[in-house]
Design a protein around this ligand. Structure first.
Ligand code: CDP
Length: 213
């Protein structure tokens, strides 16, 4: 990798603000962006669409190996059921291995990339130049997800969203393979009382400092 090759790793639980922050950072620093959650979602959706079981590791890993990263689109992968199914297949080591290989290949291509997910700083890109762990209280995250759904014309119940987020956090943090946790050298960004603009500005100060070193 050249001096200019920059990888920024962004991890954190559901609805913490990783997506917006990642896109803004990618645009500011001229990097490509990969939302790795979409790779798990796309694997799950392909299984669901083909009527294949969600609990067969070899079948799911086969699907994961054949995934085309260039066609990932959150709008078609956004459904609640797909997110649930994604966190189910995400506990399978063979699925993770296939997707992590593809994610690393994406990160290795110049000029570098911003990757967001659950295990970027710990497993996928442990040598990333800058790492962030973005979090917010469960109540704030549930409120954000609720507003997102309502603004898109959907309907939802706040208490159900909160219960669901907490269940998914527990599954992501409790799994044996690549559990959700901050890397030792990650900068913590708690966005509970911080708007996205403030989080972005705080992140830029830290990226700029890392790039100067
Ligand atoms: O957008 P949301 O936060 O709901 O989730 P996502 O980022 O789309 O990821 C969906 C699921 O994929 C997560 O709940 C994780 O179980 C899994 N995932 C993972 O295990 N590792 C990653 N690097 C990214 C997502």
């Amino acid at each position: 990798m050249t001096e200019q090759h920059i990888i920024i790793a962004i991890d954190g639980p559901a609805a913490a603000g990783k997506g917006t922050l990642s896109r803004r950072l990618a645009s500011r620093y001229g990097l490509r962006h990969l939302d790795t959650g979409l790779t798990y979602r796309a694997t799950a959706k392909a299984l669901l669409d083909r009527g294949l079981p969600l609990d067969d590791e070899d079948t799911a890993a086969d699907v994961a190996r054949n995934l085309d990263l260039s066609g990932l689109d959150r709008s078609v992968l956004a459904q609640h059921g797909v997110g649930e199914a994604a966190s189910t297949v995400a506990v399978m080591p063979k699925v993770r291995r296939a997707l992590v290989d593809a994610q690393r290949a994406f990160a290795a291509s110049p000029p570098g990339a911003v990757l967001d997910g659950r295990d970027i700083g710990t497993v996928v890109c442990p040598d990333a130049r800058v790492k962030f762990y973005v979090t917010a209280s469960p109540e704030v995250r549930a409120r954000r997800r609720y507003e997102e759904i309502v603004s898109q014309g959907g309907s939802a119940e706040l208490s159900a969203i909160l219960a669901d987020l907490e269940k998914r956090d527990a599954r992501d943090a409790g799994r044996t393979d690549s559990p959700l946790r901050p890397a030792a050298d990650a900068h913590l960004l708690d966005t509970s009382e911080m708007g996205i603009e403030a989080a972005f500005e705080a992140a830029c100060v830290l990226v700029d400092a890392a790039l100067r070193n």
